[in-house]
Write a new protein. Structure first.
Length: 273
């Protein structure tokens, strides 16, 4: 059954509403008993099967006694369930950080990513991550510490799950560009080589000698999921937000591109900056 709207957003909104319901100790039947919605409607919403109106989110969040910040974030996500594609404004959808992407990253079982100049967030050392966070401009130290904690927690969640595969292709520029200092880069490269030795993690580098290649248009991340009902997703990030591509031909294009980049790249253990 086809519905308008992004299934990525619908799935994540449904999952978060279910979490709020369970946190409140409510059952799907209790929503119906309160004469809010039918059990079948709540089940469809939580399964990410249907678009969700913002008013329905407000109603459910009030019943679950969700706080204002959570309610506003979920209400903002509901806008993305009714269009063919959408752009997430981090500051609007999930204040302070890109929660939708993190939810997908946490639940996917295969993550394939390419970036020409930056080490992926879940593979960054703390020193490297701090330097990257500070590229956004002057920020209060408490803000930097908060963002750094999010990134380190995110890394722990992803790397500690043994049933996940990470396939990473870095452009040569990611290892040649000095982030912070030569010492920070040496630590980062050493850490990447250590991670590459772990089961399920494959870090490769696209050397300068590769010349023109299909990833020259920019970075991207492809996520695949255990559940066959969850379609694969391509994540594209910009300075102002992010786009999620789910259509089969879009995903196939990026999958072919990643395969080509992977084949042209070499193991980080073999690469000399």
């Amino acid at each position: 059954m086809n519905h308008s709207g992004s299934s990525v957003v619908r799935r994540q909104l449904g999952r978060r509403l279910r979490q709020q319901r369970e946190k409140a100790g409510r059952t799907i039947r209790s929503v119906q008993d309160a004469k809010l919605f039918s059990e079948s409607k709540v089940a469809r919403i939580e399964a990410g099967k249907v678009p969700v109106r913002v008013g329905d989110v407000w109603t459910l969040c009030r019943f679950y006694n969700a706080d204002k910040e959570v309610t506003d974030a979920l209400a903002a996500l509901s806008d993305g369930t009714t269009g063919d594609g959408w752009w997430e404004d981090y500051a609007t959808a999930v204040p302070g950080w890109f929660g939708l992407y993190l939810g997908l990253e946490e639940t996917c079982n295969v993550l394939s990513t390419y970036h020409p100049e930056l080490v992926h967030g879940v593979l960054q050392t703390e020193a490297y991550a701090r330097e990257v966070i500070q590229t956004d401009g002057p920020a209060d130290e408490d803000v930097v510490i908060g963002r750094l904690k999010v990134r380190m927690d995110r890394k722990r969640v992803v790397l500690e799950q043994g049933n996940r595969s990470l396939h990473v292709v870095l452009g040569a520029g990611a290892l040649s560009l000095t982030i912070g200092s030569p010492e920070v880069m040496r630590e980062q490269v050493s850490y990447l080589r250590k991670l590459d030795s772990q089961p399920g993690i494959d870090v490769r580098v696209l050397p300068w000698s590769a010349g023109a290649h299909p990833g020259i248009t920019g970075p991207f991340t492809l996520m695949d999921f255990h559940n066959p009902d969850d379609p694969s997703v391509v994540y594209l990030e910009s300075m102002l937000g992010a786009r999620y591509l789910e259509q089969e031909h879009q995903v196939d294009t990026y999958r072919r591109t990643f395969t080509t980049l992977y084949q042209q790249a070499i193991s980080i253990k073999e690469y000399t900056p």
